[in-house]
Ligand binder design. Structure first.
Ligand code: ADP
Length: 210
């Protein structure tokens, strides 16, 4: 970074923006193998939060890779840079007052730890979408495991690139044999408990009526 870059002071701060939105801004960081359920869960979670009157933003792997990170591939170094950029983006959205849901494989512990540092411990929720590899391969909604097994895709997580499962995630979600609403309820329950004082998940209209 150039030593001539000086941070500009601004009058409207993160707390003001959060107060205006009436919510605790956080990043809900989903990590797991391809086809574990990250995008599906992230989408359903965002719907549930919006139904509760929350201001949200969803960052999803494929979308980001088509834009902000389109210059990056799937080598270890590129995956690391991909996650760093997403974390910086997540930090800005949290600073803007939003509840951010991210759905990226984010296979390396060190990169997720960096994301936690960038976004800030008190606003970071690591969610391990814990679906066994053989179940992910069975689901294979995009046919990617088939291609990876045939050698047509290199550096595929779980096949010829490592997935380092979180050792102590904030939430561990099992999806095998569980319905999507059940899984979403587990996340909402956690958010309710951890951020109870800030009333993150209760319906605002319901709260206003009380
Ligand atoms: P990822 O984003 O992790 O690559 P996707 O969400 O694209 O995964 O795909 C997961 C697949 O698993 C979807 O086809 C989804 O319908 C299916 N699935 C089955 N059970 C569940 C569950 N409990 N939660 C989430 N997805 C599930």
């Amino acid at each position: 970074m150039s030593s001539h870059v000086v941070q500009q002071l601004v009058d409207v701060d993160a707390a003001t923006r959060a107060r205006l939105k009436g919510q605790k801004p956080v990043a809900i960081w989903l990590t797991g193998l391809s086809a574990s359920g990250k995008s599906t869960i992230a989408n359903a979670l965002e719907v549930a939060l919006v139904e509760r009157g929350r201001h949200t933003y969803l960052l999803d792997g494929d979308n980001v890779r088509m834009g902000l990170c389109r210059d990056l591939g799937f080598t270890d170094a590129d995956r690391e840079e991909n996650i760093r950029r997403i974390a910086e983006l997540g930090r800005l959205f949290v600073d803007a007052g939003l509840i951010v849901v991210t759905a990226f494989i984010s296979p390396f512990r060190a990169d997720r730890a960096l994301a936690r540092t960038i976004i800030g411990e008190d606003a970071f929720v690591e969610v391990f979408v814990d679906t066994p590899l053989d179940e992910c391969e069975r689901r294979d909604p995009k046919g990617l495991y088939g291609k990876a097994r045939a050698g047509l895709i290199k550096n595929f997580t779980g096949i010829d690139s490592a997935y380092e499962a979180p050792l102590s995630p904030d939430i561990r979600l099992e999806t095998l044999g569980r319905s999507l609403p059940e899984v979403v309820r587990q996340i909402l329950g956690y958010l309710d408990e951890r951020f109870a004082a800030t009333d993150l998940t209760t319906s605002r209209s319901a709260a206003n009526r009380e």
